[in-house]
Design a protein around this ligand. Structure first.
Ligand SMILES: Nc1ncnc2c1ncn2[C@@H]1O[C@H](COP(=O)(O)OP(=O)(O)OP(=O)(O)O)[C@@H](O)[C@H]1O
Length: 242
């Protein structure tokens, strides 16, 4: 299986006196798709930023293992972070000495064939996220970190992006960590879902069988209940309602 193995050992992060993550241990296998859910402020984005190397841990360590080369890690956010003064193609190749043909190939793969010479401003939100995905994937990352990448999209565009991501991963497997607020998205896309709360991993659910899963799968309903239960009891005010 291609992709990086990820190990977190005793990972902790504090901002001043506020401890957000406490002694987190986690092993992710190469090629595994892991979703991370949890209440607002639980530290999901912080965890991803630490793995990306965008911030440094207060305690513990992170190891990324690949076969014989340094792990390439790419991150995608809810905002597309495209540079408005660069064309789509020049956004995609930013920071990498890739040939024009590679950009054309990856743009075709994300459904934007022939759009490389346009500027981001003329694209829809979903198309812009396709460009952001292409910009990450052109590097053939071993580890893809996705922080609510479809969070700002309407439901139909979001479903299309989920399908696209699945297709791209089926063609080229790699390890993925996805932060999402959408429990159903986590269940449909992942091999495994982590619920983060109180500074650690409160639930760690793994699923059998191939991805993607079908929305109507009865096995998902029970898992959804369990995760929602975990989320609701994590939110003090919602616990009373649940
Ligand atoms: N650079 C920072 N400086 C100080 N505090 C921070 C910083 N980054 C994050 N925090 C705090 O750490 C906590 C966790 O933030 P984080 O963004 O990781 O949560 P999250 O689970 O991703 O939340 P959400 O679901 O709302 O996006 C929050 O209380 C946040 O205010």
């Amino acid at each position: 299986m291609s992709g990086a193995e990820v190990s977190l050992r005793g990972l902790g992060k504090s901002f001043g006196t506020r401890e957000v993550l406490h002694a987190v241990d986690l092993d992710v296998a190469a090629g595994q798709f892991v979703s991370i859910i949890g209440p607002s402020g639980a530290g999901k984005s912080t965890l991803l930023r630490l793995v990306a190397g965008l911030d440094s841990a207060t305690t513990g360590r992170i190891e990324l293992r690949t076969r014989g080369h340094k792990a390439d890690v790419r991150m995608m956010f809810q905002e597309d972070r495209l540079l408005p003064w660069r064309t789509v193609q020049r956004n995609v190749v930013l920071g990498h000495k890739r040939r024009e043909q590679d950009a054309a190939d990856i743009l075709r793969a994300v459904g934007l064939e022939g759009r490389g010479s346009e500027f981001p401003i003329v694209l829809s939100g979903g198309q812009r996220q396709r460009v952001a995905l292409a910009r990450a994937l052109i590097h053939e990352p071993d580890l893809l970190l996705l922080d609510e990448p479809f969070g700002a999209l309407d439901a139909i565009t979001r479903a299309a992006m989920q399908l696209l991501l699945e297709q791209l991963l089926a063609a080229r497997p790699r390890t993925v960590l996805l932060v999402t607020h959408d429990v159903e998205e986590a269940l449909l896309l992942s091999d495994r879902v982590l619920l983060i709360k109180d500074g650690g991993i409160a639930r760690d659910l793994s699923f059998d069988g191939p991805r993607p899963r079908h929305r109507g799968d009865p096995a998902l309903a029970a898992l959804k209940e369990e995760l929602l239960d975990g989320l609701l009891t994590a939110e003090g005010s919602l616990a009373a309602v649940a």
